[in-house]
Design a protein around this ligand. Structure first.
Ligand SMILES: [Zn+2]
Length: 505
């Protein structure tokens, strides 16, 4: 997830409501909707902007479910979400959205592996959604609803695979987020005044619109089909495998062939234009922007060059596709292979775009297995964002470091250390600045070459998995041959800001 700039934090005296003035905006604002010449408004005339174009449709492939086998666990901070008995391998979702009635008609087939034998199991599914037909391996199964828990009363056997299918309908509602941040008060399926849809769902909230084991330790593959009204487009993660338009509307299908945690899934439905640019390495980057968006597309079309820049630090882009979708949110989210951006000036900036793309490596390719370790995502990403800003003349690195060090103690006092934070303060600045400062100490000590070599080897060693801080500490110690756990512990769980440098021994 994106972070607010240091300046705003300092100016606001650490108030997390710094963005209150621009949060809670309604549907795409009047300025977005009133543009009479949408096609002309999309580009801003700069060389980087490309005209509106038809998206490319690729052929769907048969998913390899074995790559989605994970080791799900119960979260130490949010244990009510997710079920470690379930290892979801594949979600096949079919979503039909009626914006006028604000009604979702959907079906889901969840292929999963039982991690142990049990008399029953459960998935998370938003309370407002009514379940109709439900079958397990084709046979009707008994189920009950307890709050957001969809409990299936059917025995499962360890290591066997099952197919759960259900139909469900209703008006999905977002849920309160466990945070005091000003740029997101709720997570999940969100409907604008115009009936458009967007989702941001960290640390959880995917269950507001589909049945899911909503925990980052359980990665899975996805096929998502969206039926949108005429003129609108449904956008989700991965490769576009179908785009059909008829009198009833637009049907799009999306396939994710590498496993993703549920908080990294996105869904956006609205009136979208498409354009694209290409990286030097030949990766096409797709941009899905509200038709008639008045903010310049050039500020996010830096994405392609940004991928090239990140690759010089972290190695090859870890996935096959990359897109960005602009929604009515006030935040930004590193949703896997399809970054979700809010529609405001700060979010639509090259540095926030860089932040979310860095997360494709740190956060998406390798994800936290427990929310206590969300700093694994944000620390390295924040350092890379600062480095990007430094190397692109946006803001000197030393200024970012100085600002962060200045408030580190306050952040520890207010939110707790980054690896032992207050669960009601999810996404506080402590999980960004503090570990970024820590990584920078190590970078200075090791030198860029060794630092980034280890940062890359960590990703390669844990490709497409969810990990713990202990695995990270072990990796850095093994690769550098140094005793680093005391250094890491001081930064991640200490109550006082550590001194400079990396103590030896
Ligand atoms: Zn982030």
């Amino acid at each position: 997830m994106r972070h607010r700039p240091v300046r705003a934090v300092l100016a606001a005296g650490l108030s997390l409501a710094v963005l209150a003035g621009c949060s809670g905006g309604g549907a795409a604002g009047p300025e977005e909707l009133s543009d009479p010449a949408p096609a002309a408004a999309v580009g801003d005339g700069e060389a980087t902007a490309s005209p509106v174009s038809d998206p490319e449709v690729a052929e769907r492939v048969e998913p390899d479910l074995d790559v989605a086998v994970s080791t799900p666990r119960e979260d130490s901070l949010y244990p009510a979400v997710g079920d470690p008995r379930v290892d979801a391998l594949h979600y096949d979702l079919d979503l039909d959205w009626d914006p006028e009635a604000e009604h979702l008609t959907a079906s889901a087939t969840v292929t999963f592996r039982a991690t142990r034998s049990a008399p029953r199991f459960q998935l998370d599914l938003g309370r407002p959604l009514t379940v109709g037909r439900l079958t397990l391996d084709g046979e009707p199964a008994a189920f009950s609803r307890r709050g957001k828990d969809l409990v299936v009363d059917a025995p499962i056997e360890a290591d066997q695979r099952y197919e759960l299918s259900l139909d469900y309908v209703g008006t999905p509602r977002p849920i309160p987020a466990p945070t005091t941040r000003g740029d997101f008060a709720s997570t999940g399926f969100t409907v604008t005044d115009a009936g458009e849809v967007w989702t941001m769902q960290e640390p959880h909230g995917a269950f507001t619109w589909y049945p899911v084991n909503d925990h980052p330790s359980d990665k899975a593959l996805y096929d998502i089909t969206v039926h949108a009204p005429r003129g609108w487009t449904g956008i989700a993660n991965g490769r576009l495998t179908d785009l059909t338009t008829d009198d009833d509307g637009t049907t799009t299908s999306w396939q994710l062939t590498e496993p993703a945690s549920s908080y990294l899934i996105t869904l956006a439905i609205g009136d979208y234009s498409h354009s694209s640019t290409t990286t030097e390495g030949g990766l096409r980057v797709d941009y899905w922007t509200p038709r008639g968006m008045t903010r310049p597309l050039s500020s996010i079309q830096t994405a392609a060059a940004t991928v090239d820049w990140i690759e010089t630090k972290l190695g090859d882009y870890p996935f096959d596709t990359l897109g960005l979708v602009v929604t009515d949110s006030q935040s930004a989210m590193e949703t896997q292979t399809m970054v979700t951006l809010g529609n405001n000036d700060y979010v639509l900036s090259p540095e926030v775009v860089a932040h979310e793309i860095v997360h494709q490596w740190y956060g998406d390719q390798v994800s936290p297995a427990d929310w206590r370790d969300v700093w694994l995502n944000e620390g390295m990403t924040m350092l890379l964002q600062w480095t990007y800003e430094d190397e692109h003349d946006i803001r000197p690195l030393r200024e970012s470091l100085r600002g962060a060090r200045l408030i580190d103690q306050q952040l520890r006092d207010e939110y707790g250390p980054p690896g032992a934070y207050d669960p009601r303060q999810f996404g506080g600045s402590n999980i960004y600045y503090t570990p970024a400062l820590m990584w920078n100490e190590l970078r200075v000590d090791l030198g860029d070459e060794e630092f980034y070599a280890v940062a890359r080897s960590w990703l390669a060693a844990h490709d497409n998995t969810s990990v713990s801080r202990e695995q990270l500490y072990d990796h850095w110690e093994a690769e550098t041959g140094r005793e680093l756990s005391a250094f890491f512990d001081r930064w991640i769980t200490g109550t006082r800001t550590p001194g400079r440098g990396v103590p030896q021994g």
